[in-house]
Design a protein around this ligand. Structure first.
Ligand code: SF4
Length: 418
């Protein structure tokens, strides 16, 4: 630490920021982490109540997307609070395939990455070990087939139904590698199979960074400041960032530092850089190329629900576990480019009722009748890739409206035609 300032200030202590904080703190750097949301205590703040937990954990701040065909962002695109989206992710621990880094070459779409799978491979292995990822004895797709640090989880009825369906269609399936403990470690218990993974995981069996890297960072002296929404990076005369301004309990505060790392998701990171315009940097910080905010990529996620004669009781077990990547890689004759994973992603009753309202348009008495059959339904998620496009851009709302570059703007609830 120099002159009382921390060596590093990290903005956003989520999936990436928490790992960086832990690694740098362990290496001896003085670290301050700022996060827009609270620092939850899993045991006292989380509950087996999906409705209250959705409001707590999802990023519900106003987030507007615009353009000619704007991306409709779901409420769960990122999380709010220390641990970020890892607090409400389902827990799949999938690696990218080698081809994911060469989409332009392989499929003629997107761009090739400047790094490849082998560059990341040691980091995948390190993260899997640190988090004691559970997984199958053989994972059929991609470059890595196992083993994983811990044995895989057992299938509940929902996951077994998925396996049987795939088998009937002649499609390979597996239980996935999961950021969920299949047996206890010295400081966390194994999974209790009650299915609230997306709602925080009270027992701490799911390896969100809130219960893994954040305690590690704190052990090595990092300081985490929650409820601190960073709104501006402040640049000194020498053109380097010297502090950030953040809002806390209605007050503006300042945090100085030697080095600043912005790791606040693909929307809030460019938003912060663009919102930090100055005479020296009229286009915002790190934006001499004009590319900040361009080519926004998120992942696509859709659901299919199906009804069985038999009882499935989808609430049992981890919300995610069984999957197939049969259509992950394009094969000759496929009428699409790039692929997707189909996976079990169980819906707890209130979530399920929301899916029925949105998907089937049912309401009132019909909704009550359908919900009586909740135990007979299965829910599968389809997770794909959102390709980079110049039309998918993060801009400051006020500028997008002034320039009238958009046909539509969308916030979490409504689509407005301009
Ligand atoms: S099913 Fe397992 S991972 Fe999911 S919330 Fe329960 S204990 Fe946590």
């Amino acid at each position: 630490m120099s002159s009382g300032k921390p060596d590093v200030v990290i903005i956003g202590i989520g999936g990436a920021g928490a790992v960086i904080a832990a690694k740098l703190a362990q290496a001896g750097a003085s670290v301050v982490g700022l996060d827009a949301g609270p620092h939850w205590n899993s045991e006292s703040d989380f509950a087996s109540d999906e409705l209250s937990m959705m409001d707590k954990l999802f990023w519900l701040e106003n987030r507007i997307s615009a353009g000619h065909d704007p991306i409709e962002l779901g409420r769960a695109n990122s999380g709010r609070g220390v641990g970020g989206g890892t607090v409400h992710f389902v827990g799949y621990a999938l690696r990218f395939h080698e081809d994911d880094f060469r989409t332009k070459t392989v499929d003629g779409v997107g761009e090739n990455w400047p790094i490849n799978y082998n560059d990341l491979e040691p980091y995948y292995a390190e993260v899997e070990k640190f988090n004691q990822v559970s997984g199958p004895t053989f994972f059929p797709w991609g470059a890595y087939h196992g083993p994983y640090p811990k044995r895989s989880h057992y299938r509940a009825c929902m996951h077994e139904t998925f396996r049987r369906g795939c088998e009937a269609l002649g499609i390979p399936s597996t239980v996935g590698p999961m950021f969920i403990l299949s047996s206890a470690t010295k400081d966390r218990p194994g999974c209790t199979y009650r299915g609230f993974c997306k709602f925080g995981c009270m027992p701490k069996s799911k390896s969100s960074t809130l219960v893994t890297y954040v305690p590690h960072a704190l052990k090595y002296g990092a300081k985490i400041i929650p409820n601190a929404m960073v709104v501006r990076l402040n640049v000194g005369k020498d053109g380097t960032v010297r502090s950030v301004t953040y809002l806390s309990e209605g007050n503006e505060r300042e945090q100085e530092g030697d080095t600043f790392i912005v790791s606040a998701y693909s929307i809030e990171t460019p938003r912060l850089l663009l919102n930090s315009k100055s005479e020296q940097f009229p286009e915002g910080i790190a934006n001499s190329s004009g590319m900040v905010g361009k080519n926004l990529m998120v992942h696509s996620a859709d659901f299919v629900i199906g009804k069985y004669e038999e009882m499935i009781r989808q609430y049992r077990g981890p919300q995610g576990l069984a999957l197939t990547q049969e259509w992950y890689t394009r094969k000759p004759g496929d009428g699409f480019v790039r692929g997707y994973t189909i996976e079990t992603e169980t819906l707890q009753p209130i979530e399920f009722s929301q899916a029925l309202i949105k998907g089937k348009g049912v309401w009132g008495r019909q909704l009550i009748e359908d919900m009586r059959d909740y135990n007979h339904y299965v829910s599968f998620g389809i997770v794909g890739e959102c390709l980079p496009s110049e039309n998918s851009t993060v801009t400051l709302t006020v500028e997008a409206l002034a320039a009238r570059t958009a046909d539509y703007i969308i916030d979490a609830k409504q689509r407005f035609e301009l």
